[in-house]
Design a protein around this ligand. Sequence first.
Ligand SMILES: Cc1cc2nc3c(=O)[nH]c(=O)nc-3n(C[C@H](O)[C@H](O)[C@H](O)COP(=O)(O)OP(=O)(O)OC[C@H]3O[C@@H](n4cnc5c(N)ncnc54)[C@H](O)[C@@H]3O)c2cc1C
Length: 1001
Amino acid sequence: MRPMTSEAQFLQPEPAVEAAVRAVGEGLFRLMEAHPSPGILSKKGAYARIMEWSMKDPAFKAQLFRFVDVLPTLDSSAEIVRHLREYLGDKAVELSPAMRTGLAAAGLAPALVAGPVRANVESMARQFVAGTTPDDLVRRLRSNAAAGIATTIDLLGETVVSEAEADAFLRRNIEVLETVARAVGGDAAPCFSDLGTGGALPRVNLSVKVSALTPEVHPADPLRSVDRLKERLRPILRRAGQLGAFINFDMESHALKDLTLSLFRSILEEDEFRVRPAVGIAIQAYLRDSERDLRGLIGWARSAGRPIVVRLVKGAYWDYETTLALQRGWPVPVWSRKPESDATYERLSLLLLENAGVAAPAFASHNVRSCAHAIAQADRLGVDPRAYEFQALYGMADGLKSALVASGRRVREYCPVGDLLPGMAYLVRRLLENTSNEGFLRAKDAGGATREELLRSPVEILNAGRPPAAAPAATSFRNAPCTDFNLEESRSRMRGALERAAGESGGRHPIVIGGRRISDREMIPSFNPARPRQAVGHWARATEADADAAVAAARAAWPAWAARPAAERAAVLERAAELIEASRFDLSALEVLEAAKPWIEADADVSEAVDFCRFYASEMRELGRPRITQAVPGERDIQVWTPRGVGVAIAPWNFPLAILCGLTAAPLVAGNAVIMKPAEQTTVIAARLMAILSEAGVPPGVVNFLPGFGEDVGARLVAHPGIDFVAFTGSRAVGCRIWETAGRTQPGQANLKKVVCEMGGKNALIIDNDADLDEAIPAALYSAFGYSGQKCSALSRLVVLGGVHDRFVERLLAACASVAVGDPSEPGTLVGPVIDAESCERILGCIERGKREATLAFQSKLPAAIASVGTYVPPTVFVDVPPSASIAREEIFGPVVSVLRARDLDEALHIAMDVDYALTGGLFSRSPSALERAQREYRVGNLYLNRGITGAIVERQPFGGFGMSGGGTKAGGKGYLENFLFPRSIAENVMRRGFTPPEER
Ligand SMILES: Cc1cc2nc3c(=O)[nH]c(=O)nc-3n(C[C@H](O)[C@H](O)[C@H](O)COP(=O)(O)OP(=O)(O)OC[C@H]3O[C@@H](n4cnc5c(N)ncnc54)[C@H](O)[C@@H]3O)c2cc1C
């Protein structure tokens, strides 16, 4: 093997091995000719046209696949016709000429179109799904056996949102094991592919997707997830052991990979499963860390003395993994070039063959080169052909299956069975694979590639090509990535930070005015809402006189700060961002303790604080450059910005770092001086921010720290004549009062006060009849209950259309039971205590009112260990809520959600908007016209389509609403800094006695 110089260090096989691979490949191609089977294009009718067009026209492909995805949920012919028109328009007619007459008459008789469309898609699905019942499966198993092919069963059923659904999936697995075992038990001798080196292999072979076994997989809490998964896996393994069946663990998204590997190992270490049943697991070669995982697995199997099968695949979720990582700013876990996946596949093939005694290889690929490579290497190493097998999907690569059998290799077909609805997700994956630009099947059947090209070594291709150049950054600003808690390293850092934070008493935090630290005031303790006796720290309570002193200090300091170049101020904020990033875990841990934020929420809050500093800094660098308003010869017309002066930032406790940081950083970088007035409940976190800003270089007096109570220092500052602006986020009651007070001009006041005011919401998510409930339900749960609903963006109303209402509510209520309530120090907690006793009482009062106004449909049972400690409110759902009910109109700021029924989208939009607030809102729909309509008509500050309605990200989704939600400003968005600046226009005559400098012409 000669090393190569690519970043991934792939090795080019020796020339002799390479020649053998090609020879085997040629042989397979010849056998495939002798056993012709339909390629991806050679099937007749609509399918062939669909595939051809999809390959030519990516936009059509996207629309078509979306239509296929929604089709099974459409329960009337009229709906099918409407969606067909919306997605495909005239293309539908071209797809099937019969459609022209049908669509013309569709207004009168939609069934004329809907029937054939459904039939066509169903027949497409049948090409990839072996049947709907265990009997269909048994038939397929037998016909496969007659052709010398073994079978592995896959029960379709992709997303479970509740324990009840996971239980149902578990029962289906057991049933299928039993039915198939009964049916094949009496069959004659095993077929060729069911015979291994040690004799007959298990005839019943079931592939299991672990995600379908529990609704509760939490990245930050894999141990708990593994425990839950084991509860449902044990019965499957036990029954498989009794029946002599084989269980394969499929591999899904990268987020579940480590968890699946650890589940696999740890459950097989249990005494009961040390020997039986026979088991296997999939390894995805498209993952960059697949080699490390495979080596770990082989080492484990060897030391546990537990032979396993490893199904080597490339991986089915490449687009998803790539998109998700890019969205989150995480390293992309998959290779970026197709030959890298292929080369890794070959490398891992070799590794498996070298360890075939403990990890029997199952090469799952439709790629002739990948299969030929495995055969050539097996022959070279002298591995018995019965010691490994090939696997291929039902409905795909039939020619290759026959060719492999004819060449004396064992082949197993992966047979999905199940209903059409989960079948669609599977069908779309197969269609994507078959039309993928880079896929082998497309290159073979539709791309006109020669055999020579198809058999070319991936390492050679890598050596010949260049890695694509990285795309240039669009803007200088980049969002700070949140922590990936799937990684053990992240979890252990967070655990360490929590231990440190809990071990400290939190210290005593002084007032800071003009750089002077003032401690000789009443000291107020700040408590952990989850353990109310645990003080997180103490802070000095500022008085009204302190407020006056802070204004004086700020007024004295701001002119010098304002005079500093914008770029210098920006650099100070960028330094603050670095400091926040450097203490990310400690700040998160403090948020967990002082604000009862769950891990993921606390971490996201830290990221947002970093983003605010960097984003406003980059905005200020831009605003700091004079803008030429119009180029006119002889005159220089520019606009510049000047800071307003001195302001106060009044922040809430629910995003204790990010919001205070944003409200302070924006005016600071714009050249103002700021007095920070943090929320009483989260003053210790605020004190850390103060320390960071000072360390970053914000001069004394330019930022001041005035912890205290809203009623005294807050009110004093808002009314103070020395204050030029107020940046506020908080409740509607306080916001409106501030707006009024600030509007009253005081004697001696220099400027009209500007108020940047962000208040509450009564946010609704509309669920359309055709919504994807697998996605809508988890999104609704998270939006409603994440951080106990204590976000102004939180979901508090679900407006559900009549056609889907009952199904949605049934699944939602079942799913609610899995919402994890507990101490937020525990990594898997979604709902912790609410912030304090006062909030708790108020929310419980709302729930009591709700019981009189509507039907209480769900309320979590609080675990006994926490019920008596901490200020917990159980997640609560009301149904049959009339739009006029107070729980449907007033902000609750707790884990309470109301479900309202709507006749149609008109009524749903009316209900959604018929409240005082206009902050966030959302729609789950798979109708393009409904999505467009929401964009036009659903008037809220932040509209979210087909996703949750919380978690706005700086720059990407500038945040803020109107109505009684706020003054229409957008935190983290373009233009936000202008709230803290005055624009100035300057016109200069640059002509002297008729002479105009050339650059001014
Ligand atoms: C029996 C069987 C079981 C399977 N079980 C699983 C499973 O448990 N988990 C799972 O994830 N998949 C599984 N698969 C799916 C399998 O991963 C796909 O069928 C496979 O992607 C197709 O690979 P190929 O070798 O047949 O095709 P090829 O066309 O040679 O390869 C396609 C592969 O290349 C990757 N690729 C495409 N573009 C790029 C790029 N730019 N950079 C890097 N890589 C790229 C694709 O993601 C895909 O993985 C299974 C497949 C079979 C046949």
